[in-house]
Design a protein around this ligand. Structure first.
Ligand SMILES: [Zn+2]
Ligand SMILES: [Zn+2]
Length: 103
C-alpha cells in the first residue's frame, strides 16, 4: 500500500475561496475547522486549508471533515475505497496520523 495513483482534481462544491486560519493563504478547498462565537452577535466559521486542518481538528473532527468533503466531491463519491482526490488524501493522512481521542 505504498504506491499511490495520481490524485484526481477535487471537484468539491465550494461557495468561496477562504483564507486559512493558520497559514493565511487563500484556499479553494477550505475545511471548516471551528466557529467563533461572540456574545451579542452571530459567530462565524473558521476555515483552514486541508494541510493545516489537522492543527485545528482532532481525529474525529478530521474524519467528519473527510466525510463532509466526500459528499460534494465527485472523485471521492465514485471511489469506494480510500481518498478520491488530493484534498481527501491530505485529510485521510492527517486522520491516520492523529492520536486517538482521550490519549
Ligand atoms: Zn493553511
Ligand atoms: Zn475529494
Amino acid at each position: 500500500m505504498t504506491e499511490r495513483p495520481p490524485a484526481a482534481p477535487c471537484t468539491a462544491r465550494q461557495s468561496a475561496r477562504r483564507m486559512c486560519a493558520h497559514c493565511k493563504e487563500m484556499t479553494d478547498t477550505p475545511i471548516p475547522v471551528g466557529a467563533v462565537h461572540q456574545n451579542s452577535r452571530p459567530g462565524w466559521t473558521v476555515y483552514a486549508c486541508p494541510e493545516d486542518a489537522s492543527l485545528f481538528l482532532d481525529r474525529a473532527g478530521l474524519w467528519a471533515a473527510l466525510m463532509d468533503h466526500a459528499l460534494t466531491c465527485e472523485p471521492c463519491r465514485r471511489t469506494a475505497q480510500g481518498p478520491g482526490c488530493a484534498v481527501a488524501r491530505t485529510l485521510h493522512d492527517s486522520h491516520r496520523g492523529a492520536p486517538e481521542a482521550g490519549r
